[in-house]
Design a protein around this ligand. Structure first.
Ligand SMILES: [Zn+2]
Length: 262
């Protein structure tokens, strides 16, 4: 499932290839039944305009025209975005295409149809309406200590709660806790302030490192958990073995030797 780094990679593709080009048409792809897409009239508002900026909050991308509106894109479970040249052939499962003058186009592919596109007037209002917490890449130390360190439940569940911290999903929550040496089911409010501070640093470093590879996991360091999400696999940090458990209903991989609770 796309998390913040995958979504940021998608945002960068829009920024690199789809800004400041005049939109000729926005068209639906094949089979859009049961999908959350804007209606025809809403999409037609983009015709003749240009995207001038692409921003992101958590797992939500916002492609904005001068003075609005914005096109919010959420990738759902398996969605992806590509900017295609005129001579490139579309993949299957394209649900929406933004066609620019000259033949370049922005395609939204979504085989599983859990993605979502919404026409938005104001990004800040929309983020507030969706109840999203601060973005995981930009949240400050004090805010992180408040929203995560103040939680009575499991620290992993706090990291995953989009209302507390927007952008972290299952994979990078596990990775951050593994690298910070904290058990996923440790009670967040029982952890010392210094450990919460360290966790904040590790979450940021982890997300940035994945963003820097454009979310290509094979380029991530060899000692990371992402390469050993298997019960019994050798830990990359100590001599222990990776174990599996459920925290808040989510499958969690961790090392019981070097990850500890309060
Ligand atoms: Zn270990």
């Amino acid at each position: 499932m796309p998390e913040l780094p995958e979504v940021e990679a998608a945002r960068r593709r829009i920024e690199r290839g789809a800004l400041n080009r005049t939109i000729e048409a926005v068209t639906y792809g094949d089979d859009i039944t049961h999908m959350d897409l804007p209606d025809r009239a809403a999409l037609d508002r983009f015709t003749g305009t240009q995207f001038s900026t692409a921003t992101r909050h958590g797992k939500f991308i916002f492609a904005g025209t001068q003075g609005g509106p914005w096109m919010m894109i959420h990738l759902g479970m398996a969605g992806s975005i590509r900017v295609m040249d005129a001579d490139e052939v579309d993949a299957d499962y394209i649900r929406l295409t933004v066609a620019f003058e000259g033949g370049t186009r922005l395609t939204f592919r979504d085989p599983r149809k859990f993605g979502e596109i919404v026409v938005v007037e104001d990004v800040e209002d929309y983020v507030a309406e969706r109840g999203l917490g601060p973005d995981a890449l930009t949240i400050g130390d004090n805010a992180f200590a408040d929203v995560i360190g103040g939680t009575r439940g499991a620290v992993k569940s706090a990291l995953l709660a989009q209302s507390k911290l927007a952008g972290v999903g299952n994979l990078w929550a596990d990775e951050s806790l593994y690298r910070a040496g904290i058990l996923p089911d440790a009670r967040a409010c029982d952890l010392e302030a210094g450990r919460i501070g360290k966790l904040h640093g590790v979450v940021g470093d982890t997300l940035k490192a994945v963003v820097d590879t454009d979310a290509v996991y094979s380029k991530l360091p060899a000692d990371w958990l992402i390469h050993r999400r298997d019960e019994g696999a050798d830990c990359g940090i100590c001599d222990g073995a990776i174990a599996k458990t459920k925290v808040g209903g989510r499958t969690s991989y961790f090392c019981p030797d070097h990850q500890t609770g309060a």
